[in-house]
Design a protein around this ligand. Sequence first.
Ligand code: SF4
Length: 190
Amino acid sequence: MWDLLQGPLQRGVLAGRAALSIPTGMAVAASEPPLPPEVMGEALRSEVRRLFRGSLQLRQLSAGSCNGCESELQALFAPFHDLQRYGIDIVASPRHADGLLVTGPVSRQLEEAVRMTDEAVPRPRLVIAVGDCACDGGFCRDSFAVHRGVAEVLPVDVRIPGCPPRPPEILEALLMALGRLAVRAGVARA
Ligand code: SF4
């Protein structure tokens, strides 16, 4: 999504109308370029094979998100990234899942649903917070209606910041979740 918007935003034009310009002197955030998706994908495939006999099933749980993070997760399963080819899929029932991908700050209305869904996931399980809202409440963290992220309700294994995080960042964080934090260093040395 950011790749689509950054050009128009930096030019100050969005859909033909003037957009907010970046204030003078403000540095544009530079992030480390992600590894090629295929490299991360192959590392994921081997970890999924080693830890989950080739099949990692996740339940996606929207806990008060704006749908932006879900769109990026959807993009991961679309033909370009095609996460299923590495053995990772989304399942409809938490009882069939090895872990949860949670988006949104956890609205108080959904707190009980989040707890009940988590209780239905067989142990041990992974809990992955996707997006700024899930990490710490994001832009609405001071609202009375939400928690300040998933960690206030469930023990979180991995946080993926970003509003929303891009598919390669989610891919890399999944790799970290599977204990392959060292893969970047390993590839860099190769
Ligand atoms: S992190 Fe951003 S994109 Fe994701 S749910 Fe929150 S506001 Fe929406």
